[in-house]
Design a binder for this molecule. Structure first.
Ligand code: NAP
Length: 290
């Protein structure tokens, strides 16, 4: 059977890796990115570079968005030249960005009204996992729709987990990320105490990473402590966005996420200090005195 035509909208850190996997697996591919320069390596490798999400929609049966936040997602799907203006009836629209649950549900309803299918399918894993096809998709939406696109999701992932109706994937992703953000912020505070107390940082980091507090997130930040690092895997700004969405979502359910709210303040402090576009491990710099 011939492979369906897929479009990837958003070729940032994650979207670029995902589009690369689809190309390598032989899917006919259309790409779109707001800054068109990022499409060049893909058009050279055989993808079609669309000038708008609307144009991408006119070519593809399956469209995957991987953009920054709710506003970016709204632009891509529902903007003047968005996907919903040009989508084919029966197309499957997949939103893989980390977004608020309210927006994802609104988008699902709009997609259904246009005669399209919709899945929220945010991911865990970061830049290297996107590039090597080892993401985990957290999916909300009808199981039959998920099954229809499973071969596409599979080339980008090591697991696809169905969580329930529209919005459940988005909700699970926010819970996952706020727990990560809280650990990152608490490690940053711990290191500030180590510093203020004049303790040996190398010894302290070894105790914290090899002992009970040494989660995957804490260990990952510890590896980034020396130096600025190269290209970020996941930025401070994006983690602040996820914490803010999680706090908002929980509040709508009558839960006050006190740890996430405190972590958000620390991430905001790191953004204000000019670290927003650095890897989220730079949250440790929120406490730098200089
Ligand atoms: P990124 O590198 O910052 O890329 C963001 C993408 O969004 C770029 O393609 C950017 O286009 C596009 N964009 C931003 N505003 C837009 C707008 N108004 N209209 C159209 N496009 C717009 O982000 P990323 O790290 O790939 O993350 C993408 C999403 O996945 C985010 O929701 C993030 O939270 C989530 N996520 C990230 C990771 C990770 O480890 N990085 C892991 C899991 C989930 P330009 O190039 O034109 O700016």
């Amino acid at each position: 059977m011939s492979k369906p035509h897929v479009a990837v909208l958003g070729l940032g850190t994650m979207g670029a890796g995902m589009a690369g996997r689809l190309l390598s697996a032989g899917f006919p591919l259309t790409v779109f990115n707001r800054n068109p320069e990022k499409t060049l390596p893909f058009s050279r490798a055989g993808a079609w570079a669309a000038k708008s999400p609307r144009e991408a929609a006119s070519r593809a049966e399956i469209l995957i968005s991987m953009v920054a936040d709710d506003l970016a997602s709204r632009d891509v799907w529902m903007g003047e030249n968005g996907v919903l203006v040009g989508a084919k009836r029966g197309a499957v629209l997949i939103e893989s960005s980390t977004l608020s649950v309210g927006w994802v549900k609104e988008l699902a309803d709009a997609a259904l009204r246009c005669g399209c299918e919709f899945l929220d399918a945010p991911v865990t894993g970061t830049k290297p996992h996107a590039a090597s096809g080892e993401l985990i998709f957290l999916v909300g939406g009808p199981i039959n729709v998920l099954e229809s696109v499973r071969p596409v999701l599979s080339v980008m992932s090591r697991e696809v987990i169905h969580l329930g109706p529209h919005g459940s994937g988005a909700m699970m992703k926010l819970i996952n990320n706020f727990v990560c953000g809280v650990q990152a912020a608490s490690f940053a505070e711990g290191l500030a105490m180590v510093d203020a107390a004049g303790l040996d940082q190398a010894k302290a980091v070894r105790i914290l990473t090899e002992g009970a507090p040494g989660s995957g997130i804490v260990k990952r930040i510890a590896t980034q402590l020396s130096g600025e690092g190269g290209d970020p895997n996941f930025t401070v700004r994006l983690m602040a966005k996820d914490l803010a969405y999680a706090v908002q979502e929980a509040s709508g359910k009558g839960i006050r996420l006190q740890t996430a709210a405190s972590a958000l303040e620390i991430f905001k402090k790191a953004v204000a200090a000019g670290h927003g576009d650095k890897d989220f491990s730079a949250v440790t710099k929120a406490f730098n005195k200089a």
